[in-house]
Design a protein around this ligand. Structure first.
Ligand code: NAD
Length: 249
């Protein structure tokens, strides 16, 4: 018997990168998995794909309803959909701030709100939010993105506190730079993508990026019965980027 046999999972942003790797891994471990995405075409069998925009409440409510009807309930919610933004506070205007916070933070709130009644009916209810080391690392040129992920970290803790007595666990994963289509797009935009990738690898403590599958494995752990006593936790999957204090010797 597989670890997640009989459980039902919903993964937002599950048609690409970390979300897709997570959806596939949860399915490989026995869960029935639905994906909610702006473009669900990447979520192929056995994943059930549903189109929804997490920045639009009506779209979320109908997307979650359709997904939960197809799944027949919900045990595991993975709030993963997110977008990036580069720059200092002088570089992003109000519209950009509202847009990124709306997707990265309020998007998680909307989906969780729509999913909570189904989670309350589950004997194995949990939420895993995709945060980032940006929440606490003080990264340069990432003011808006870092603020959005700082809010995700606080939201995770607040949700964990609000729902612990209902038996709903809430945790987050904090990936470092992960090798996903998102990062691929950023590298492709550079003058010399290969040189940029080499420089990015060289900046990592392990000399390489984190893989989407490695982040997915952490999400699958937090979503599993093995983590039954884990709530309000954030699990870094960052190759040591934040925990290690590497200094030249
Ligand atoms: P990705 O671009 O490969 O995948 C993101 C997915 O989210 C896409 O399928 C996209 O269609 C979907 N999406 C975007 N906006 C949406 C919306 N409004 N409604 C519904 N779906 C939407 O990105 P990724 O690298 O896999 O990132 C996934 C998550 O991981 C994000 O929350 C991101 O902040 C976080 N993260 C990524 C990295 C990294 O280095 N890649 C590091 C730390 C955290």
């Amino acid at each position: 018997m597989s670890e997640l046999d009989g459980l039902k999972a919903l993964v937002t942003g599950g048609a690409s990168g970390i979300g897709l790797a997570t959806a596939r891994l949860l399915a490989a471990r026995g869960a029935r998995v639905a994906v909610l995405d702006l473009d669900p075409s990447g979520a192929t069998e056995p994943l059930l794909g549903f189109k929804a925009d997490v920045s639009d409440d009506a779209s979320v409510r109908s997307g979650v309803a359709a997904a939960l009807e197809a799944l027949g309930g919900l045990d595991i919610l993975v709030n993963n959909a997110g977008i990036g933004a580069a720059g200092t506070v002088e570089d992003n205007d109000d519209d950009q701030w509202h847009r990124v916070l709306d997707v990265n933070v309020v998007g998680m709130v909307r989906v969780t709100r729509a999913a909570l009644p189904a989670l309350r009916a589950s004997a194995h209810a949990c939420v895993v939010n995709t945060c980032s080391i940006a929440a606490t690392a003080g990264l340069p040129q990432r003011a808006l993105y870092s603020a959005s992920k700082g809010a995700v970290l606080s939201l995770t803790l607040a949700m964990a506190a609000d729902h612990v007595r209902e038996g709903i666990r809430v945790n987050c994963v904090n990936p470092g730079t992960a090798d996903t289509p998102w990062v691929g797009r950023l590298l492709d935009a550079a003058d010399d993508p290969e040189a940029e990738r080499a420089a990015l690898n060289a900046r990592q403590p392990m000399g390489r990026l984190v893989s989407a599958d490695e982040v997915a494995a952490a999400v699958a752990y937090l979503a599993s019965p093995a983590a039954a006593s884990v709530t309000g936790a954030s699990l870094a999957v960052d190759g040591g980027m934040q925990g290690l204090r590497l200094r030249p010797v």
